[in-house]
Design a protein around this ligand. Structure first.
Ligand code: SF4
Ligand code: SF4
Length: 369
């Protein structure tokens, strides 16, 4: 049974939430890690601009200061997105992070986009598991000495909820890795949507895409390496991934990628169960939180931590005026709200598989701090 440490949202003068975060991570044993001179990746989601549910930069600053005091070399990091948006290349991604408060004024460590300028700077880490033989992990995360995950715990339309595993497994993957997690095939072109703009042709590093006689993009699958770059640059939703994995298989692959991220590295995980929005922070909006803010939880065990947080959301009464519609369904205490919102997902199967491949255990002891 793993220990999951938890602190609630109550504060008093001289003991604010930032103080409580530091107390929590110390009680959970973070100081057992030798940080001296270690490149320490703080894996976080900076939030798509317009979304306001992501973790506040103040918490990242507190953690960075703590790590600097331990003589670590911390950096905030995330990998670029698969789809087109304001985090799909390193320049836009850093600008978005700064805009959302993760800037040098607020946080005393650099922002490094893990998979580089165009999301194809990755290390292939052998894992030899059922769905993925290797994992394509953003280079800065793959090369880090220590991994600390700061995870906004909330709903997710494909995974059920997003916690440690989603942030690390999907969030650390380079674009080709994300394509592998979402799909087992290379992208396709929806020719009806193609405007012949040629952006995909210019940006394909493998020279695998051209405009055909009808002036529509066409992929040469002999040359295509499945990097997903055409998907990211296409402004017209013409270059598309083939979303052919079931939600369960995606969760299994996310667990396998998490194995790759944490392989042979000291690691520690913190979930912020606040602003528990129904969907991912990749959206440029956040719908009303489904439950009141619950607190912060930390553990060395990513599986136990996610399970404990999912249980806390299950046990909580639902907020008024949310997608859950308490006027119709009642307070929904002890109801799996993530399953209600995303009925085609099964987070329990994902955690069970994570346990089977040795990432941790769903059995936990909750220690209140
Ligand atoms: S970027 Fe999109 S719209 Fe432009 S040519 Fe390529 S597929 Fe067509
Ligand atoms: S996925 Fe294939 S066609 Fe698209 S940019 Fe990458 S290599 Fe080129």
């Amino acid at each position: 049974m793993s220990k999951v440490y938890f602190t609630d949202m109550r504060t008093k003068p001289g003991r604010n939430l930032l103080d409580k975060l530091e107390t929590l991570i110390k009680k959970a044993g973070i100081e057992q890690i030798d940080f001296k001179d270690k490149f320490t990746a703080i894996k976080i989601h900076f939030g798509e601009p317009g979304n306001l549910a992501y973790i506040r930069a103040n918490y990242a600053a507190k953690l960075a200061k703590f790590l600097l005091a331990k003589q670590a070399k911390p950096f905030l990091t995330d990998s670029n997105t698969l789809y087109q948006g304001r985090r799909s290349n390193a320049i836009d991604h850093i600008e978005s992070a700064f805009e959302n408060g993760f800037n040098p004024v607020a946080v005393p460590c650099p922002v490094i986009i893990a998979d580089g300028l165009k999301a194809i700077d990755y290390k292939e880490i052998p894992i030899d598991l059922k769905y993925c033989k290797t994992a394509k992990i953003g280079a800065a995360i793959a090369e880090a000495d220590v991994i600390i995950s700061m995870n906004h715990f909330k709903g997710h339309e494909q995974a059920g909820f997003g916690g440690v595993l989603k942030n690390l497994g999907m969030g650390s993957a380079s674009r080709p890795g994300k394509l592998e997690l979402h799909s087992s095939s290379k992208p396709i072109i929806e020719t009806a949507e193609c405007t012949s703009c040629g952006q995909c042709v210019k940006n394909c590093a493998s020279d695998a895409i051209h405009l055909n006689a009808d002036k529509k993009a066409e992929i040469d699958y002999e040359k295509c390496v499945g990097c997903g770059q055409c998907v990211a640059v296409c402004q017209f939703e013409a270059a598309q991934p083939v979303w052919d994995n079931s939600a369960d298989i995606m969760n299994y692959k996310i667990a396998e990628y998490t194995v790759a991220v944490l392989k042979d590295k000291p690691n520690f995980h913190i979930n912020f169960i606040m602003d528990v929005s129904p969907n991912c922070d990749c959206w440029n909006c956040n719908d009303t939180a489904i439950v009141p803010n619950i607190g912060i939880a930390a553990s060395f065990d990513p599986v136990a931590l996610d399970k404990a947080c999912a249980d806390m959301v299950t046990q909580a009464a639902a907020n008024l005026n949310t997608v859950l519609n308490v006027h119709k369904h009642g307070e929904l205490q002890d109801v799996d709200k993530f399953k209600m919102i995303h009925p085609n997902t099964d987070w329990k199967a994902g955690l069970k598989y994570a346990e089977e491949i040795g990432l941790g255990t769903v059995d936990y002891e909750l220690v209140k701090v």
